[in-house]
Design a protein around this ligand. Structure first.
Ligand SMILES: [Zn+2]
Length: 415
């Protein structure tokens, strides 16, 4: 009895379990921290991936590097590998990033972050989840087609890009600016760089991001004579509390998002005076705002200014407000977009889970595509260890996510 192609492909994924673990270990062992974080960049890991892809049978591999004098060799590589489908007019793209964030405090790691450790279902190491899991899953998916001698229904395009962790200007930003004709509006785009442990979240929308710096200036004096000075810390503390009113001024709810409201959180606080017996004359704190897409960020800034004006009057301080980051959100991908439907069906098949299209707090590269009018789904199955010490990926998720991608490719004909 002959096996159905889909069954053959899914079995092949299981057969390649050991090879996939080896690939993951190879990637973890390479430091691909970007130059903005004082790392060497992505050339070594891209070279490793390119030779791996050639070895497993990829013929069409193209590098679209951006130039960056901060790295040895001067280039940030962006690899694009293609497998031609029966219908070559459409491509299922899986885009992942090759750069990683620094390991951070090494004492918080149980092992060397660049020496991969396999324990039961987990592979530990920096970059394992963010984003090597997506990279290995997408390669595993393509390799299953190659080794099963089955031509995919549509083209498979794998993109392994640089610089996701520090703005994407040398990665996806570069591709969309200089090589936009790679992608067609009717292509299917998946970015496996966020997700939930149960595979049930498909990210289709992001909030706007606004980071505001508040600098309060009073008058520094000896702490025993506060009447001669103006305590900037006290005034700033009142302002922090007053800023909570932003929730009431921008109260809209959208159940696509979790949480379904805009958030306004005081976060970083700069040190003021180094000693206890001085009244601080300066105070600096920051607010991280994640705002529902329909609100104009300028209106939020105006309201923050108003609240600061009240504090200025009351305490005789001056408050300077500046934006550290201001990113009006991209238009959402419709939950009815074909790529969302394909993923939902594939997740149901593989994970037996009913995935939900959702919005998140913002900050994935999907926004770059959405701004250009491309529908894109961000999906993968993660325990959400990104950027943490003892980061790991689950081998089970690695294999199952590859199976989800296989279903997507094989069901994409004619949609
Ligand atoms: Zn990532």
């Amino acid at each position: 009895m002959s096996q159905l192609p889909i069954d053959k492909l899914l079995h092949k994924v299981d057969d390649l379990r050991e090879d996939s673990i080896q690939l993951m270990k190879g990637l973890i062992a390479i430091n691909s921290v970007g130059p903005a974080n004082d790392g060497p960049g992505e050339q070594e890991i891209a070279d490793y991936l390119e030779s791996y892809l050639r070895k497993i049978g990829f013929k069409q591999i193209q590098n679209y590097p951006s130039s960056d004098p901060r790295v040895a060799g001067g280039e940030r590589p962006n690899l694009v590998a293609m497998l031609e489908g029966k219908d070559p007019s459409k491509t299922l793209w899986i885009l992942t990033h090759t750069d990683i964030v620094p390991p951070g405090d090494l004492t918080k790691w149980d092992n060397d972050p660049f020496q991969p450790q396999v324990k039961e279902d987990k592979i530990y190491g920096r970059g394992s989840e963010d984003n090597h899991q997506g990279t290995v899953s997408s390669i595993l998916m393509a390799r299953a087609f190659i080794e099963s001698n089955i031509q995919p229904q549509i083209n498979i395009g794998l993109v392994m890009m640089a610089d996701e962790e520090t703005g994407s200007g040398f990665g996806l930003g570069h591709l969309l600016k200089h090589h936009a004709n790679l992608f067609k509006k009717e292509d299917l785009l998946i970015i496996p760089d966020a997700g939930e442990p149960d595979a049930g979240m498909i990210e289709v929308a992001e909030k706007s991001i606004l980071w505001i710096k508040f600098k309060t200036v009073g008058k520094q004096v000896h702490a025993s004579t506060p009447q001669q000075g103006i305590n900037a810390f006290r005034a700033a503390s009142d302002l922090v509390v007053r800023l909570g009113a932003l929730h009431d001024h921008f109260p809209a709810r959208d159940e696509l998002f979790s949480p379904p409201v805009s958030t306004f959180e005081p976060t970083k606080k700069e040190a003021n005076v180094p000693n206890i017996n001085t009244i601080p004359g300066d105070d600096v704190f920051f607010l991280d705002c994640r705002i529902l897409p329909d609100y104009d960020l300028q209106k939020v800034m105006e309201k923050a200014r108003q609240l600061a004006d009240e504090v200025e009057k009351m305490y005789h301080v001056s408050v300077e407000i500046s934006t550290v980051q201001k990113e009006q959100s991209a238009p959402p991908t419709s939950p009815a977009a074909p790529v969302v439907g394909l993923l939902t069906a594939a997740v149901r098949e593989v994970y037996k889970v009913e995935a939900k299209a959702m919005g998140i707090g913002g900050g994935t590269v999907a926004a770059l595509f959405r701004r250009e009018g491309f529908p894109v789904a961000v999906w993968s199955t993660l325990d959400d260890l990104a950027h943490q010490p003892n980061e790991y990926c689950r081998i089970g998720n690695l294999l199952k996510d590859a199976k989800v991608f296989i279903h997507c490719v094989q069901n994409a004909k004619g949609i």
